[in-house]
Design a protein around this ligand. Sequence first.
Ligand code: NAD
Length: 249
Amino acid sequence: MSKLEGRVAVVTGAASGIGKGIAIAFAREGARIVVADRSDEAQAAEVLAAIAKLGGEALFVRTDVSDEASVNAMAEQALARFGRVDILVNNAGIFTESLLENMPVDDWDRVVGVNLRGTFLCSRALVGQMLERGDGRIINIASQLGQIGGTSVAHYVASKAGVIGLTKALAREVSHRGVLVNAIAPGPIETPLLDGESDEWRSAKLAELPIRRFGTVDEVTPTAVLLASADGSYYVGQTLGPNGGDVML
Ligand SMILES: NC(=O)c1ccc[n+]([C@@H]2O[C@H](COP(=O)([O-])OP(=O)(O)OC[C@H]3O[C@@H](n4cnc5c(N)ncnc54)[C@H](O)[C@@H]3O)[C@@H](O)[C@H]2O)c1
């Protein structure tokens, strides 16, 4: 029996990287998927084709998670198509770099707006119908930088620490009503998000990572499947860390 048979999952930022991997892994386990990404449908073609190849079902909804109206419209479309959403993965995230002393306010607002406000808006749009059924899972993709900090990424660190706090707060509100909320804080994972990083950054980061290599998307997706499935039924408000040892708690 597949682990997510009959479940419906919304995965934000599923056109690329970790979100794409999670969407495909969930489809492989039998879930129907809503691919919610600010990219257009052509940019989501690979994930949609991969799900179709598995015999799965997917709905693409162009969504800006930082925009309330866009998020609410996505939730409406998902519910109109599938009747319910059992699993929400708040994965959409962005990253820019500058020292705080030079950081443009727009950069701060954009990064916090997508990473933290987006997680709040999507959770708010979908948690109500989970609570009505007394059943649901919310998985927030944080980052190990939200746990240890990082240079030139104060907005990103603050947003991801905020995601971890939001995870704990919402978990306390809804776990006894059947909805389990947890986070994943990956270490550096080879995705387009890291494309802009310099060779100097890469070699310095590799030298400090206990495992001495970056992770792959496939090393993150099993944690998402765990938290989404019956196997994850006693995880509440946790932050799990597929991070190569970058953080040890
Ligand atoms: N790659 C890493 O090393 C790493 C490490 C820790 C955490 N993360 C987190 O994992 C998540 C996924 O990152 P990734 O590495 O796969 O990045 P990615 O750039 O490959 O994918 C991000 C996806 O999010 C989408 N997106 C961006 N803004 C959006 C918005 N406003 N609304 C909807 N969709 C939007 C993009 O179109 C893209 O498809 C992010 O939250 C990121 O912060 C990544």
